[in-house]
Design a binder for this molecule. Structure first.
Ligand SMILES: Nc1ncnc2c1ncn2[C@@H]1O[C@H](COP(=O)(O)OP(=O)(O)OP(=O)(O)O)[C@@H](O)[C@H]1O
Ligand SMILES: [Mg+2]
Length: 180
């Protein structure tokens, strides 16, 4: 089974994916590392641009029939059996990305993406089975337990569990309204 773990940058994908793969005895695969090793990622300044069709092809070729946890904010474009979309309060995303030294524009883009459910919407367009998990106020271990319970339950969809519209005022300082 291929389990994609997606979500806004800084939401906790790598932390949760590694733990989840250990708990399940699955291989851990980073989309970024996979793309670099397969030559489908292009370095653009300090980032890597990945063609999502190429990513889907590589994952199909390499991992069909294998048990893997696929970590990355593009992992929902891969042919996964299930997509876990991690969510976190936009303020948490802002604080984490600020600590990482993200510049204002990148910070704003990612906080906004979390606010308006960008990854969730994309995941729903790409995959039949999408399970959303709110990590806010939880430890990575608690998040993994919740994922394991959801997977075991056989739930096909669990979405719409967060609503960040009330969070807007708390993060408006990070947004770039009306352009640069
Ligand atoms: N419940 C939680 N689940 C996951 N991570 C958490 C949680 N609570 C706090 N964290 C922390 O949040 C940070 C998330 O970082 P992580 O690198 O896992 O995010 P990411 O989604 O992989 O980011 P990126 O998209 O840049 O790869 C870590 O420092 C982690 O310890
Ligand atoms: Mg990561």
């Amino acid at each position: 089974m291929i389990i994609s773990v997606s979500g806004t940058p800084g939401v906790g994908k790598t932390t949760v994916s590694k733990l989840l793969s250990e708990r399940l005895g699955y291989e851990y695969v980073s989309v970024k590392e996979l793309a670099l090793s397969k030559g489908i990622g292009e370095r653009v300044s300090d980032e890597i641009e990945i063609d999502v069709d190429e990513l889907a092809r590589v994952v199909r070729e390499e991992f069909s029939g294998r048990n893997v946890v696929l970590d990355g904010h593009l992992s929902h474009f891969a042919p996964a059996d299930v997509v876990i979309v991690l969510r976190a309060h936009p303020k948490l995303i802002a604080e984490r990305l600020k600590v990482r030294g993200y510049h204002k524009k990148k910070l704003a883009e990612n906080v906004e993406a979390e606010l308006v459910d960008v990854i969730l919407v994309e995941a729903l367009e790409e995959n039949e089975r999408v399970l959303e998990v709110d990590t806010t106020g939880k430890t990575p271990e608690e998040v993994v337990e919740e994922i394991l319970t959801l997977l075991k339950s056989g739930a096909k969809k669990r979405v719409g569990i967060v609503d960040w519209s009330e969070a807007y005022d708390e993060v408006v300082q990070y947004l770039m309204l009306g352009g640069d």
